[in-house]
Design a protein around this ligand. Structure first.
Ligand code: F0G
Length: 358
C-alpha cells in the first residue's frame, strides 16, 4: 500500500491507528553492527543513523502522523534534547508549529543546534528535565490545542517498538538486549515489540531486557537492584549523559515491568565508566555514540564482570544517539594534538610509529 515504507512503516500491519497521511523522513532500518574487536557475540543497533541522529525518529513519525491525522496544528515536547530535535524536524516536515521545553544549560550542543535549525520555538526552564516534563503534562491537559510528543504518548512507543522487529529479522532472538534508560519509554517499547512477535508466532522466546542508568540519575536501576517495588525519585539528577539526566521517569512502571517480565535486570554505571565506554566504542569499533548510548557498553562490561551476562551470549546494545549530538563529550577524550612546523611532520610521524614519542 501507499503507507508501506522502508523503515518503521515496513511494519505498518503491526502499528495500530489510522492515518490520513504519514509524516516520514525515512526513519528506522538502522544497521545492526557486529562487534569486531570487543566480542564476536556483541552487536550494536546503531540508532544514531536515524534522520535526526537518534531513535526518537521512530516514535516521532508515528506520533506526528497521529497529530496530523487528528488535525492538530501545534505540538509540544519536554526534552533533554533528542526528543526536541526529532519533534522539531517532524513538525517542520508536517508543516505544523512546534514548542519544545528544555532544561536550560543542560542540553548537548548538537541537539540544541538541531532544534534551532528546524525552527522550533525553544522554551528553556531553570531546572531539570523533570520540571519541563511536569509543565508539559499540565499544559497539554489544560490547553487542548497542543499535541504532546513525549513518550507517555503511546504512539511514540508504537514506533519505537520496531527496533525489536529489525533485530529479530536480522539476528533472530538474542539472549540479552541492553538499553540506556532515562524517561523509561524505550526499554518498554522494545520489550513490547518482542512480545508482539511472540503473540503472532514469529518467535517463541524473548531476550532479557537489561536497563542501564547513570549513577547520578538512577531511580529505576536503584529500585531494581535493591528489590524495591517503587523507585525513590531524585530531586537533582546529574550525569555527563545529559540525555538521561532524569530524576522522575514518567514511564518507570512500564520499564520495571519490561525488565521483570523478561527476566532481565538493571545496572548503574558511573560517569567515568560512561566516558571510557564511549571512547572504547569509538577506538575499538569505529562507532561514535553519545554518552547516554555509551552507558549500554559500560553496562555490558559491568554485566560481564558481575556474571549477569556471559561473554558467549548473544547480546545487542541499543546505541540510541549519534556522537555528533554532543561534541563537548567527545573532546573530553584524550587526544594527541601536536602543533607542528610543516617541515617536522615526517620526523613526528616516524617517532609516533616507532613509539619514541608515546
Ligand atoms: N538515549 C538517548 C540518546 C536519549 O536521548 C534518551 C532519552 C534515552 C537514551 C533514554 O530513553 O527516555 O525512553 O528511557 N531522551 C529523552 C529526550 C528523554 O528528551 O530526548 P528513554
Amino acid at each position: 500500500s501507499k503507507l508501506r515504507g522502508k523503515g518503521v512503516w515496513r511494519y505498518k500491519e503491526l502499528i495500530p491507528g489510522s492515518y490520513k497521511s504519514i509524516v516520514s523522513i525515512n526513519e528506522g532500518n538502522t544497521p545492526l553492527i557486529k562487534s569486531s574487536n570487543i566480542n564476536g557475540n556483541l552487536y550494536f543497533k546503531f540508532e544514531g543513523l536515524n534522520p535526526t541522529g537518534s531513535f526518537k525518529d521512530r516514535g516521532m513519525t508515528v506520533a506526528v502522523s497521529s497529530a496530523v491525522s487528528l488535525d492538530y496544528k501545534t505540538v509540544i515536547a519536554a526534552s533533554t534534547g533528542n526528543t526536541a530535535a526529532s519533534a522539531s524536524a517532524y513538525a517542520a516536515r508536517a508543516g505544523i508549529k512546534s514548542f519544545i521545553v528544555l532544561p536550560k544549560g543542560k542540553v548537548a550542543l548538537g541537539k540544541l543546534a538541531q532544534s534551532i535549525l528546524y525552527g522550533s520555538v525553544i522554551l528553556e526552564v531553570d531546572g531539570s528535565f523533570d520540571v519541563a516534563m511536569d509543565a508539559v503534562m499540565k499544559l497539554y491537559k489544560d490547553l487542548k490545542i497542543v499535541y504532546p510528543l513525549n513518550s507517555f504518548n503511546p504512539w511514540r512507543l508504537e514506533g519505537q517498538k520496531t527496533i525489536a522487529f529489525e533485530i529479530i529479522e536480522e539476528l533472530g532472538v538474542p539472549d540479552n538486549v541492553i538499553v540506556p534508560v532515562g524517561n523509561a519509554g524505550n526499554i518498554y517499547a522494545i520489550w513490547k515489540g518482542f512480545n508482539e512477535l511472540v503473540k503472532v508466532g514469529v518467535i517463541d522466546r524473548i531476550p532479557r531486557m537489561i536497563g542501564v542508568q547513570a549513577e547520578g540519575a538512577s531511580p529505576i536501576a536503584s529500585a531494581i537492584i535493591k528489590g524495591k517495588d517503587t523507585p525513590d525519585f531524585i530531586e537533582n539528577p546529574d550525569t555527563i549523559a545529559t540525555a538521561i539526566r532524569i530524576g522522575k521517569p514518567v514511564n518507570w512502571q512500564k520499564a520495571v515491568r519490561a525488565i521483570k517480565e523478561s527476566g532481565g535486570t538493571a545496572i548503574i554505571v558511573s560517569d567515568s565508566e560512561i566516558l571510557d565506554a564511549q571512547k572504547t566504542l569509538a577506538r575499538k569499533e569505529g562507532i561514535g555514540a553519545e554518552p547516554a548510548s555509551a552507558t549500554a557498553l559500560a553496562g555490558y562490561f559491568k554485566a560481564i564482570n558481575d556474571k549477569i551476562v556471559d561473554k558467549d551470549e548473544k547480546t545487542v546494545l541499543i546505541l540510541t544517539g549519534h556522537s555528533l549530538k554532543d561534541p563537548d563529550s567527545m573532546t573530553k577524550a584524550d587526544a594527541k594534538r601536536i602543533l607542528v612546523n610543516p617541515l617536522h611532520i615526517e620526523k613526528i610521524i616516524l617517532g609516533e610509529i616507532n613509539g619514541s614519542n608515546s
